[in-house]
Ligand binder design. Structure first.
Ligand code: TXA
Ligand code: MG
Length: 334
């Protein structure tokens, strides 16, 4: 895997050219975004897209998000954009919003969208990645650059851990400022429905278009976002959550019985606990930035269990708690 570092300003043009040459010849290049790294390949190159599914170990019915750099890129594969969906794009792009739209039949291969007649699109907020998409002259598929089921990558080293020699290159820029994946909304109805929560919240959508809703999570039989039904964001160690009254006592009891435990806690709570392996956060924004990296760091350290303190479910906290609960498969320590 070629390490194309763009944090050194002057080399960035050469790095982008090298990366685009790889993608234009059917290769895979991991790219940075404001959320997590993506595994980039030409959405119109079916063999490359198949390889993305294969190396991730991703189920064929779990569609990929297609990344664009300019609104006109959508003309090639999107059939219809409702006026309110356009308003959302104007308000949040480039940024952390993926919108599911009706796709043009016969545009790219059905493999991209797992056979669905829709396609999720997003314009990521990273200058180099936008330049890369423009240089490729094609939209890029971009699933999170992790093996299916494991925590998403917020640092280039995480991508190396999961793929190393299985992809051609990585465009390195560890400046992800959000740290969890984009909000996915269904853009085909009369108003946006959130299929996967992210940094763009229900209130933010309502501020732009008036009405917005969260997909009913009871609706699991026919998930509108197929990815949400699979096990997600799970490190090798067993993850537990801690909430409610007496958190410090609960953690102390857990530590007494479970030796090799990593703790992911607010600094406030961490002050009250003696433990060898603690990663702390000061607020929800920091917690979201650090969460996936913390899970990987604890795995590297060989812990058997990870205990995460819950955050308040308002704003970005709602999306972070969605990921934390999935990691912990909803298990809380008592
Ligand atoms: O922040 C992000 O969105 C990152 C960065 C790299 O852009 N990408 C990402 O991709 O998280 P991925 O493949 O890990 O997650 C895509 C999610 C899955 O839950 C998938 O099921 C859903 O989006 N999705 C994709 N296309 C869809 C469609 N046509 N209809 C409904 N859900 C869709
Ligand atoms: Mg993913």
């Amino acid at each position: 895997m070629k390490w194309l570092d763009i944090s050194q300003g002057e080399n960035s043009q050469a790095a982008i050219e090298a990366a685009s040459a790889i993608i234009r010849t059917g290769g895979i290049v991991a790219f940075p975004t404001e959320t997590v790294y993506g595994l980039g390949a030409d959405a119109f190159c079916e063999p490359a897209v198949r390889r993305v599914f294969e190396i991730k170990g991703r189920k064929a019915d779990n569609p990929l998000i297609v990344h664009v750099a300019d609104m006109k890129d959508l003309d090639r594969f999107v059939e219809e954009i409702k006026p309110w969906a356009r308003q959302l794009m104007a308000a949040f792009w480039p940024g952390t919003l993926s919108i599911v739209l009706k796709r043009k039949p016969g545009s790219f291969s059905d493999v991209v969208t797992g056979g669905l007649g829709s396609v999720a699109v997003r314009m990521p907020d990273n200058k180099a990645t936008l330049a890369l998409i423009r240089a490729c002259k094609t939209p890029l598929v971009g699933p999170s650059a992790n093996l299916s089921g494991s925590p998403s990558p917020t640092k280039a080293v995480h991508v190396k851990q999961d793929f190393d020699d299985r992809i051609e290159a990585i465009l390195v820029d560890d400046a992800a400022y959000i740290g969890i994946e984009s909000t996915v909304v269904d853009g085909r109805g009369d108003f946006p429905v959130i299929l996967r929560p992210g940094a763009i919240t229900l209130d933010m959508l309502r501020d732009v278009v008036g009405q917005a809703a969260l997909q009913d999570s009871a609706d699991v039989e026919v998930p509108r976002s197929p990815g949400m039904k699979y096990a997600h964001y799970q490190p090798k160690a067993r993850v537990w959550l801690v909430d409610g009254d007496g958190k410090a006592e609960k953690i102390r009891r857990f530590l007494a019985e479970n030796e090799h435990t990593g703790l992911f806690l607010s600094s406030e709570l961490a002050h009250r606990i003696e433990a060898p392996m603690v990663i702390t956060y000061d607020d929800t924004i920091k917690a979201a930035q650090l969460f996936y990296a913390a899970l990987r760091e604890f795995d590297e350290a060989g812990v058997a269990a990870i205990v995460c303190e819950v955050v308040d479910e308002s704003g970005l906290g709602y999306a972070l708690m969605n990921r934390m609960k999935k990691s912990a498969d909803n298990h809380y320590i008592q």
